[in-house]
Design a protein around this ligand. Structure first.
Ligand code: NAD
Length: 492
């Protein structure tokens, strides 16, 4: 029987760029077994040895920077600059993980409380085999960073990249191996959802890290719940941006346009809902319109600012959201046109002023080159509207009063908040990343993220060679009385 292939198509030109063989689910068990066998030697390496190999991986990716940027751009339809930004972000994360990993994963002293004759600490122990399932929108960052965290923590990995971007995942795997990651410590398999589901269901995978849609994330959570398998879910978002009356409007408008249109709006932390205080709304909207109209869109990967959407299906979802919003009374301030005529799945960057909070474009992830602006009375109104969503991935607040911005950040229900910035939190490798609400469970990045890939083992060591503890059998009346007296003295 011939093995089916996955064909990778450039969404900006609709031309085929290559293919990979699908990994049939009945051929996965030996792959899982090899991953499990490899855990012994990989996890027994010293932390500094693993971090040294990951340093070499970083250097390898930099040496292949242009090739990777070009490949990412071809598979996703984004521009070469955006492809490069993926490589840049990935190597920044690699640098951080290989530098700070040994410190974050070292055994950590803990207080033994009143038990001065005990020593307490925590071990961060790898789970074993981690199944990593990744999406197409950032095929290098969202694949490489969880892989590197899992490996740094001492796990081996079975990775399934998205069926839309298999070539980037395949090439990444090759470069990791060339840099010294053992073949069985990182194995890349290809296919559709059934291959992902087989990774989740396998008795050989000890943890799952999934990045993708809420619908698939929910299925994976149910499958993991059945097996009580630990998981991290990095899911979708509908991020709010709050622009207050004292904001630097030039900066806020620039952030809205970059936060809304970079990667053709296909970023989980894209600024999709913008709440601007009425008194500055006209000026802010004017600036956003001007900046949006200056953007070049099209298949010229070198000179365009905004590339293609990943597929016809994605293009249809975005156009449907825009159409429904307009039918419901929203005004198109810029763009709104389907640009398929230029060859690929393009949409002109679109700015809408919306008045109805219940339309799909305000409640569901659109994941395209569109930003929706809504006028609000004041900061309180903006916070209320920002929080009126089941998603809670990231958010941003623009105000010249940084203290006020930080106070507002605390009131917004989101895994990350930027004050006077947008999306940069993701590039900042020491900050944990993840969502609240339906945007996900658990964290990647930073010490919290690295430790997600570990079991936390508490260790208590008795310091002295006493024959027994006073609370062991037999317990004398005197001991019971003494404990009560001590309890009153210490805690009363
Ligand atoms: P998707 O959920 O359709 O697919 C993601 C991956 O899951 C793919 O590799 C796919 O083959 C696999 N898959 C599909 N069905 C599966 C199943 N039943 N079991 C196991 N695996 C299965 O998502 P997508 O369209 O590739 O990516 C876009 C989504 O990802 C958006 O919602 C976006 O917001 C989200 N995303 C989130 C983050 C984050 O960090 N929070 C980052 C990027 C993208």
């Amino acid at each position: 029987m011939s093995i089916p292939t996955l064909v990778s198509i450039n969404p900006a030109t609709k031309k085929t760029i290559g293919s990979v063989q699908v990994s049939p689910t009945n051929q996965l068990p030996p792959i899982f077994e090899r991953a499990q066998k490899a855990t012994a030697s990989w996890s027994n390496m010293r932390l500094t040895q693993r971090s040294q190999i990951l340093r070499l991986v970083r250097k390898k990716l930099v040496a292949h920077m242009d090739e990777l940027s070009e490949l990412i751009a071809s598979e996703t339809g984004k521009t070469n600059w955006e492809g490069f930004l993926e490589v840049f972000t990935t190597v920044e994360h690699l640098r951080h993980i290989s530098r700070s990993g040994p410190e974050y994963l070292r055994a950590e002293h803990r207080s033994s409380g009143i038990f001065l004759h005990k020593k307490c600490y925590v071990n961060y122990i790898p789970h074993g085999v981690v199944g990593i399932i990744s999406p197409w929108n950032y095929p290098l960052i969202l694949t490489a960073t969880p892989v590197v965290e899992a490996l740094m923590a001492g796990n081996t990995v079975v990775l399934k990249p998205s069926e839309l971007t298999p070539l980037t995942g395949k090439r990444m795997g090759e470069l990791f191996h060339e840099a010294g990651v053992p073949e069985d410590a990182l194995q890349v398999v290809h296919g559709f959802g059934d291959v992902g589901a087989a990774i989740v269901d396998s008795t050989h995978t000890d943890m799952i890290c999934f990045t993708g849609s809420v619908d698939v994330g929910r299925k994976i959570a149910i499958a993991c719940a059945e097996k009580l398998k630990p998981l991290v879910l990095e899911l979708g978002g509908k991020d709010p941006m709050v622009v207050l009356e004292d904001a630097n409007l030039e900066r806020a408008a620039g952030a809205a346009v970059w936060g809304g249109f970079s990667n053709c709006g296909q970023t989980c932390i894209s600024a999709e809902r913008i709440y601007v205080v009425e008194s500055v709304a006209d000026k802010f909207i004017g600036l956003v319109k001007t900046k949006t109209k200056e953007l070049n869109v099209g298949p010229d990967k070198t000179n365009s600012d905004v590339g293609a959407l990943v597929s016809k299906q994605q293009q249809e979802v975005v156009m449907a959201h825009i159409k429904e919003a307009v039918n419901g009374g929203a005004d198109i301030l810029s763009g709104g046109e389907d640009l398929s005529a230029v060859g690929g799945y393009f949409i002109k960057p679109t700015v809408l002023e919306v008045y109805d909070e219940s339309s799909n474009i305000m409640t569901h992830e659109t994941f395209g080159p569109e930003i929706c602006i809504m006028r609000v009375k004041d900061a309180e109104d903006a916070i209320k509207k920002a929080n009126a969503s089941s998603y809670g991935l990231s958010a941003s607040v623009f105000t010249k009063d940084k203290k006020r911005g930080q106070k507002i950040a605390k009131k917004i229900q989101a895994g990350s908040v930027c004050v006077n910035d947008v999306m940069t939190n993701y590039i900042t490798a020491d900050l944990p990343f993840g969502g609240v609400g339906i945007s996900g469970i658990g964290r990647v990045h930073g010490p919290e993220g690295l430790r997600s890939f570990c079991q936390t083992q508490a260790v208590l060591v008795n310091r002295f060679g006493l024959k027994r503890e006073p609370w062991w059998y037999p317990i004398s009346k005197r001991t019971k009385k003494l404990f009560k007296t001590v309890t009153k003295i210490i805690y009363g």
